[in-house]
Design a protein around this ligand. Structure first.
Ligand code: CA
Length: 128
């Protein structure tokens, strides 16, 4: 993944959205924001991101349904997805990875969350 990569952040918490956006933009990424599944769909129609950060608890969709839909649609199947969850549950992690997510990150304190995401981005960048 190169600098200038486009990241779609689907998260309905505006504080987290702002934190992640700031952190990603500092790294040179272009951030697309969605606060619902409906918004995510319309953002995806505008541009194809290089990575999706998907909150499992969006107000208008079940995160698992949304993830399996993304992975079944030929237009979005190849986009890496990092599932972002408020729960630290091994079962949720397994479900997310089984459905095709590249990774699963639990939400913690904001600073910790940003560090985790930065590490994940770095790893994805090194794999590319
Ligand atoms: Ca949420």
């Amino acid at each position: 993944m190169s600098v200038g990569a486009r990241i779609l952040v689907a998260e309905d918490n505006e504080v987290l959205q702002r934190l992640v956006k700031r952190s990603f933009e500092r790294e040179g990424y272009i951030v697309m924001q969605a606060t619902s599944a409906a918004e995510m769909t319309s953002e995806l129609a505008k541009a194809t991101p290089d990575l999706i950060v998907l909150d499992v608890g969006l107000p208008d969709a079940d995160g698992r349904d949304l993830l399996s839909k993304l992975k079944k649609d030929p237009k979005t199947a190849a986009i890496p997805v990092i599932v972002w969850s408020g729960r630290d549950a091994e079962s949720d992690r397994r479900i997310a990875l089984d459905l095709g997510a590249e990774d699963y990150v639990e939400k913690g304190p904001a600073s910790e969350l940003v560090r985790k995401i930065e590490r994940l981005l770095l790893r994805l960048r090194m794999q590319a």
